[in-house]
Design a protein around this ligand. Structure first.
Ligand code: HEM
Length: 318
């Protein structure tokens, strides 16, 4: 378990990262997280293991920290702010001990568990990866990791954008009507960027660790301090997006952080954009009577600590 990386003053109040979304506004980031935008762009938050990494919530600060070479994404460093216990354990399983090679078998088994948990049903990529392993281009753990990335990073996020995006649009009929008037997928591009900003389905917070001491936005960050970058907060920062709670499909929102920022930003973002432009540009026009088959209150949203925001089921009719 990670040590507390930063010292708090005895009376210092910290935000318990991260509270649930407000059931009345499930599409908005959790209220406590939003409140940080009024406080300061960089504060401290308490995470699941009791440690208190820096939370970088301001849009400009997120952009700066995610492209800062003094910050690393190396999750093997002590003090790394893991998102949950499972990840921390998985890291331990594969971490080489001093003087001993890392246990690839255990790491691979942990990864394979994840893959099973993700219920791999994607036959094409699986066969493709199997062929690369057979040819010796990839090891089994590498192929497993790639499969997980494709499934969770690539499939889960895009699928969620379609289901939650549909629920969001059905709740904003005037915006939906705007989308229904679009007659080609290219014109849906701006709408897609705004929906990406609004929902920021990669809600978990990008994890980093400081490699050296430095001053940032008025705080002293020390080498080994954990850093969490909650992307929904940056995308709802009123300095970057005035009236962020307003869904406005005509807004120029391309500077959002839904795909992260810096060298680790999403590798699949152009593919995701194309997928979403096709769906948003055609579905509601082709099925104009699309509506929820249940009350909105009956929709079960994933909790704020789930890797990607989402809805467990979206019953619709038309
Ligand atoms: C709406 C859909 C998507 C969203 C919101 C999304 C979001 C993100 C975010 C926020 C990151 C940054 C992680 C970080 O900074 O640590 C990321 C990374 C990544 N995404 Fe996506 N993603 C989406 C679709 C896809 C697709 C379709 C693919 C591939 C087919 C993909 C592959 C990846 C990969 C490989 C990375 C890791 C990049 C790296 O660490 O260097 N993503 N994604």
């Amino acid at each position: 378990m990670a040590e507390a990386t930063t010292e708090l003053a005895p009376d210092e109040q910290v935000y318990e990262y991260q509270d649930d979304r407000d059931a009345k506004c499930p599409f908005a980031p959790p209220p406590g997280l939003r409140a940080l935008n009024d406080k300061a762009p960089v504060t401290r938050g308490k995470i699941w293991d009791g440690s208190t990494p820096w939370l970088v919530t301001g849009h400009a600060a997120q952009r700066a920290i995610l492209s800062d070479p003094r910050v690393s994404s190396d999750d093997k460093q002590p003090g790394f702010p893991y998102p949950n216990q499972r990840r921390a354990h998985r890291q331990d399983a594969g971490r080489p001990q001093a003087g001993r090679p890392g246990d690839l078998t255990r790491a691979a088994a942990a990864l394979a568990d994840d893959l099973r948990a993700a219920r791999c049903a994607v036959r094409g990529p699986r066969l493709l990866l199997a062929a690369r392993v057979k040819d010796g281009d990839l090891t089994l753990p590498e192929a497993t990791l790639l499969a997980i990335i494709l499934l969770i990073a690539g499939h889960e996020t895009s699928a969620t954008m379609i289901t939650v995006g549909t629920a969001l649009l059905l709740e904003n009929p005037e915006q939906l009507a705007r989308l229904q008037q679009i007659d080609n997928t290219k014109d849906a591009a701006g709408a897609v960027e705004e929906i990406l900003r609004y929902l920021t389905v990669a809600q978990f917070g990008q994890r980093r660790i400081a490699s050296e001491d430095f001053e940032f936005e008025g705080v002293d960050i020390k080498a080994g301090d954990g850093i969490v970058v909650p992307l929904p907060a940056g995308n709802w920062d009123p300095d970057a997006f005035p009236d962020p709670e307003k869904l406005d499909l005509t807004r120029k929102a391309t500077h959002h952080h839904a795909f992260g920022w810096g060298i680790h930003q999403c590798l699949g973002q152009q593919l995701a954009r194309i997928e979403l432009q096709v769906v948003y540009g055609t579905l509601y026009r082709r099925v104009p009577t699309l509506r929820l088959a249940v009350d909105r209150d009956e929709l079960e949203f994933r909790p704020a600590d789930a890797l990607a925001f989402g809805i467990r089921e979206l019953p619709v009719t038309w």
